[in-house]
Every structure is written in structure tokens, then in C-alpha cells.
Ligand binder design. Structure first.
Ligand SMILES: [Zn+2]
Length: 133
């Protein structure tokens, strides 16, 4: 399921939305907090400009709300329904989950946001990485 050409691949790996050839981020590990937001300007493989317009990635805030809710619901289901904690402890579990996964949520939100606007195109894949059809 998770192969190049699928939007989910770009969203989960943070690769260029057009060619899936390289990471959009200078540092692929989101837990280097100082470099969390540092992105390349263009893809070196296909030349796609990630920041389509000024402050383009502000829109990722709306996506991060939805992604945060998804993480919170998952934390609640796991702690309250599976482990059987009290309501207060499952609330604490939600807060801890959101804090721990904040860098991941931010990166995934940006990936989803940029994938709304730029689609995968096999023509953009450099010759070497293109599969014969
Ligand atoms: Zn690219």
C-alpha cells in the first residue's frame, strides 16, 4: 500500500509531493526541534517549489487541528477502553500524548497540507527513479 505514487507515502515520509524523490525537510527527524520548520525551498530532484505562496504553511494549522483530534481520540480509546483507566487519567494521557507527538503532528499536518495542492506526477520523477511502464 505504501509505495511511491501514493499520497500517503508523501504524507507519512515527508517527501516531495510531486516526485516523492527526497525529503522536503532539511532534517528528516522531527524531534530536532530547532530544525522542525526548516524546509528546502525547492525539490532538488524535480524543482517543485514547496512554499507555493508567502506563508503558505499557515494553512497547515487547520490540518493540525484535525490531526491533533485524531491523536487525542486514539489516546483516549487506548487508555480508557483498552487499559481501563479513570476519566481523569485518560485526560492526562491525552495531554501527554499531544505534547509528545507535537513535532510529528506538525510535520504530518504540513505534509497533508502541501499534498492538497501538489499531486504526484510520474513525469516529474527523474529518469533514474522512474519505473518502466
Ligand atoms: Zn520533487
Amino acid at each position: 500500500m505504501l509505495k511511491k505514487g501514493n499520497k500517503l507515502y508523501s504524507i507519512l515520509t515527508g517527501t516531495c509531493p510531486a516526485c516523492h524523490g527526497e525529503s522536503m525537510y532539511v532534517n528528516t527527524n522531527p524531534y530536532f526541534l530547532g530544525q522542525l520548520f526548516i524546509m528546502r525551498e525547492r525539490c532538488t530532484k524535480c524543482g517543485t517549489k514547496y512554499k507555493i505562496e508567502p506563508s503558505f504553511f499557515f494553512g497547515a494549522m487547520y490540518v493540525s487541528y484535525a490531526v491533533g483530534i485524531a491523536f487525542a481520540v486514539a489516546a483516549f480509546v487506548i487508555s480508557y477502553l483498552f487499559i481501563g483507566t479513570t476519566l481523569l487519567n485518560s485526560f492526562i494521557a491525552i495531554v501527554i500524548t499531544l505534547v509528545i507527538f507535537l513535532p510529528v503532528i506538525i510535520r504530518v499536518s504540513r505534509n497533508i497540507w502541501v499534498n492538497f495542492f501538489i499531486s504526484y506526477s510520474s513525469e516529474k520523477v527523474p529518469e533514474k527513479g522512474r519505473k518502466a511502464v
